[in-house]
Design a binder for this molecule. Structure first.
Ligand code: C5P
Length: 236
């Protein structure tokens, strides 16, 4: 059994910036306060993969937000190649068992942990109907896909704080719940429709929290990150 995660190890700062130069300024400003970073599609195509590897080499925990979805052969081989980079977390779309199982085969016995995205939090019932999913509410589809992810031995599930309790009830302990859309009380929501405070998300069952703009766009990013970590600490 591994040691319980500290508050610092539960905060992932989303480096949603267009350039490595900007990311480097942020990481320097955040210093030792932040130990975990998420690199997503925007930065990835601005030199972000090399930057992510540099973060890892500097001792940080690195989460590659790729949201893979393709035929099984491609997902398996992409996951295998990503696993060889030595990073810590990778997202895949958890729409079906073929994708989930292919990613699990690809990462093999590497250290890479897989996180399944069940239903994007930007999608609502009319969007699912447009996809031809007419008989399920988003929450039911989230629960269904969480069960698929658990059956495929995926390490964790990305979910809004509002879904964390439902997912915990479906998958039980031992599956990580990773929650974006986190704001301190009174914080600006931005384009996130349903936000939650760090304390409430942890209480709802979240293990890891992903925070972007409230830290990256703060006047003092380091102080902002410290405030998130302090609230996580209090909730644990
Ligand atoms: O800036 P903000 O804190 O809203 O950033 C949240 C991060 O979490 C972004 O990188 C976003 O892409 C990611 N995310 C999300 N909702 C999901 C999955 C990922 O907001 N369902």
């Amino acid at each position: 059994m591994s040691a319980p995660l500290s508050a610092r190890d539960r905060l992932f700062v989303a480096l949603d910036v267009a350039s490595v130069d900007r990311a480097r300024v942020l990481v320097t400003a955040l210093g030792d306060t932040v130990s975990c970073y998420k690199v997503g599609l925007e930065l990835l195509f601005g030199g972000g993969l090399e930057f992510a590897q540099g973060l890892k080499a500097a001792g940080k925990t690195v989460f590659l937000d790729m949201k893979l979805l393709d035929i099984a052969n491609t997902v398996e081989k992409a996951a295998a190649n990503i696993a060889s980079l030595g990073l810590d977390y990778l997202t895949i779309h958890g729409t079906d068992s073929k994708t989930l199982e292919a990613a699990a085969r690809g990462r093999g016995t590497s250290r890479l942990k897989l996180l399944a995205v069940t239903v994007l939090t930007s999608l609502e019932k009319p969007d699912l109907e447009q996809q031809g999913i007419k008989d399920m509410a988003p929450a039911d589809l989230v629960a269904h896909r969480a069960r698929l992810a658990r059956a495929a031995r995926i390490d964790g599930i990305v979910a809004s704080g509002h879904e964390a309790g439902l997912i915990r009830a479906e998958v039980g302990p031992g599956v990580l719940i990773v929650t974006p859309g986190i704001r301190l009380a009174g914080g600006v929501a931005g384009d996130q429709a349903r936000v939650m405070t760090p304390g409430k998300a942890i209480a709802a069952g979240a293990d890891l929290l992903v925070v972007g703009r409230p830290i990256t766009e703060a006047d003092d990013p380091r102080a902002a990150a410290a405030a998130f970590i302090a609230e996580i600490e209090k909730a644990l």
